[in-house]
Design a protein around this ligand. Structure first.
Ligand SMILES: [Zn+2]
Length: 301
């Protein structure tokens, strides 16, 4: 009798403990990471930062592209949406345009960088406004993390774009990337790394600073359609998993960063402008990458 009672109590505890978790799993959490160089119409610094004369309008276009993805994801069953502002100062998205149940990640530094907010509870990831890597001969404003300072980032010996790097971080948490938007070069590059995800081509690059672009409304409509298609075949996409420990190669435009990083144990100088380090996994690799491209002794506060 005592045993039966104990079993009943134990069962009640187990049910009470697991019920909220079971409910949480019934939802569908989507993370939308938003960069700007792949947004409709962006071609130069005039659109991409606070000193550009068209920046204010293009923040609005960027926000509306993100909102097109949010709205389409919700219509397709997403119940919990996190939007990550992943461009420039991380303060581009006009947050008042989002519905009350969306959460938005802003500014830097932050762990997990462009996909901050990803964890084991995220079911799907989307990239909006992404661009090609610095190693791509095509692509509007093609760069990897820092156009001013880096000439190459490679992951396990393969040139990485911000998209493939972010996909590998998401993959660490078993979250598949299912859709992206950007120019034709960005889409081709990310697809060649992580597979044939759904994609909305907002423009075709004509050079580093030129493109033939859709109009904003056409871009929002295309993004919504591709998000809908991605959500419909969500189960087909697999997380992008890279072999661990990961080997990361970074090449700098200048000589001194490579020279000084090689002072540190664990950093190998592979040529005059390049270093290599190994990391346990993508979380550690991203933390080190973020440190390398952000740290300054005069940082305040
Ligand atoms: Zn970027």
């Amino acid at each position: 009798m005592v045993t039966k009672l104990l079993v009943a109590i134990a069962l009640a505890i187990v049910v009470a403990w697991s019920w909220p978790a079971a409910r949480a799993q019934a939802g569908l959490r989507v993370l939308i990471s938003v960069d700007m160089e792949g947004v409709v119409g962006t071609v130069t610094g005039d659109q991409l930062g606070p000193t550009g004369f068209e920046y204010g309008r293009f923040r609005d276009f960027m926000t509306r592209e993100a909102m097109a993805a949010v709205t389409a994801a919700r219509a397709a069953g997403a119940t919990d949406i996190i939007v990550t502002d992943a461009h420039g100062n991380g303060e581009n998205l006009l947050i008042e345009q989002f519905p009350p149940d969306v959460r938005i990640i802003r500014s830097w530094p932050r762990q997990l960088g462009m996909v901050a907010g990803v964890d084991q509870q995220v079911d799907a990831v989307m990239f909006i406004g992404y661009h090609a890597s610095t190693n791509n001969v095509n692509g509007v404003r093609a760069h990897t993390f820092s156009s001013a300072n880096l000439t190459r980032v490679a992951l396990n010996g393969i040139n990485a774009s911000e998209g493939s790097w972010a996909a590998a971080i998401a993959g660490h948490f078993n979250a598949p990337v299912i859709m992206m938007s950007g120019d034709d070069a960005a889409i081709a590059e990310v697809r060649s790394a992580i597979g044939n995800i759904e994609a909305a081509e907002t423009k075709k690059s004509l050079s580093f600073h030129s493109a033939i672009t859709l109009t904003p409304q056409a871009s929002y409509d295309l993004i919504a359609a591709r998000v809908k298609a991605a959500m419909a075949r969500r189960s087909e996409f697999r997380p992008y998993k890279v072999a661990t420990p990961v080997t990361v190669d970074i090449s700098f435009k200048n000589y001194t960063p490579a020279e000084m990083l090689a002072y540190l144990p664990g950093f190998e100088r592979t040529d005059s402008h390049s270093i290599r380090f190994r990391a346990r996994d993508m979380v550690e690799a991203e933390a080190i990458r973020s440190f390398i491209t952000t740290y300054r002794i005069d940082m305040t506060p």
